[in-house]
Design a protein around this ligand. Sequence first.
Ligand SMILES: [Zn+2]
Length: 470
Amino acid sequence: MEFTDKIRQLAQQKQDCIWTLAQQVWKYAECNWKETKSAAATAAALRAEGFSVTEGVASLPTALVAHYGDHGPIIGFLGEYDALPGMSQEAGVAEHRPLAADAAGHGCGHNMLGAGAFGAAVLLKELIAQGLVDAQVEFFGCPAEEDGAGKAHMGRAGVFSQLDALFTWHPDSANHVVGTGTLAVMGVEYRFKGITAHAAASPYSGRSALDAAELMNVGCNYLREHMIPEARLHYAYRDTGGTAPNVVPDRAALHYFIRAPKVHQMLELFERVNKVAQGAAMMTETQVEWTVIDACSDFVPNRTLGQLLAKCMTELGAPAFDQQDEQLAEQFRNTIPPRQRQDNLANSLQCSGMQWADYQDVLLDRHTPAYLHQPKLFEMGSTDVGDASYCAPCAQFHLACAAVGTGAHTWQLTAQGNSSIGKKGTIQAAMILALAGATAAVNSTLLAQAKQDFEADVPQGYICPLPKNE
Ligand SMILES: [Zn+2]
């Protein structure tokens, strides 16, 4: 492909600045909406590379958009930088050793995700600056992927709508381009209000909010039989109304996650869950109100851009892990039971069409699987990349930044996210993204095809699942 050698050469020059950002963000380990230092470091790195940066976009203090170039198609890269609570871990050490008790850490590898996407933007900018590509490049610093759906807020504010192509990636333990969907999800808090009373002397005067919450859960557990099998409901008690059995609780609250393959199916299920909540309130003569805490759409994989990413991955290859990386990977592999490694790989195998047998004895992934377009299959998880994929033609891949079978949201991924393995994966991801961006930018037929796919897949455009007052 046309830009491969140039991108390899540029990546050599830029790898330190890319990896420095990944390590900085790894150390800050800031959770959803609190990514102040991580966003500031990303903005500073972008400005140093000549981007104009707008911070606080979509009224989100830790969201940013960086822009370079003034004509040609607009190529976007999505970055993230939020950490996870309780995921603190010493860098590169294959033994559970938190840096501080209960501290946050990058257990989903978003330090690498953000830096890799930043690297892609920088590499493409260099191609533009050297007059090799006529395009504009945009980098999006997206907060709160883990809990908060930053991209849904950004999508609603229209920040993705002008893009001709949008790319991102995710650190993983195996390589694949994502040709499947993800589940749309919404988090809703249901609050019941009753009347307190002495539970022995005058229980008939009381109206138990806790009873209402329990009945809502019973109702939803009956509802399960009559919803589509791919949908998911889970709940947690947020407030049980107190700890005294001899007091009728006058308040109780539940936090529900409602998931379905398509956003409209999720919204339909939400209406049915609301009816169950109202029924529970009616039965117990209590009152109920609810608040949507966050919501994100399902992912719509763009076939044309997905095929392009797979081509670029094959062209540039998997990360070039060496003997030392293999040794480190072996140490991490030994901390994860085989059955769990297999389970952790399930989503990747579904996307790539590969088998567990292909990976069983592999320490670090070197496959570059072909693209499989399977939009009717769904990963049993959710991401707000879905919202971006409703706003512009979008494709993403996963790349090995950890030993095969390392799970997301684990201390093992935190540890490898600041190691030589994570570094090689991140730099390679930046190159693959940049090659896809450059190749798309100079091929108007391809961009037109991607747009045509997008319009066919998302005929209604973006309907943001967040409530209007959010
Ligand atoms: Zn993640």
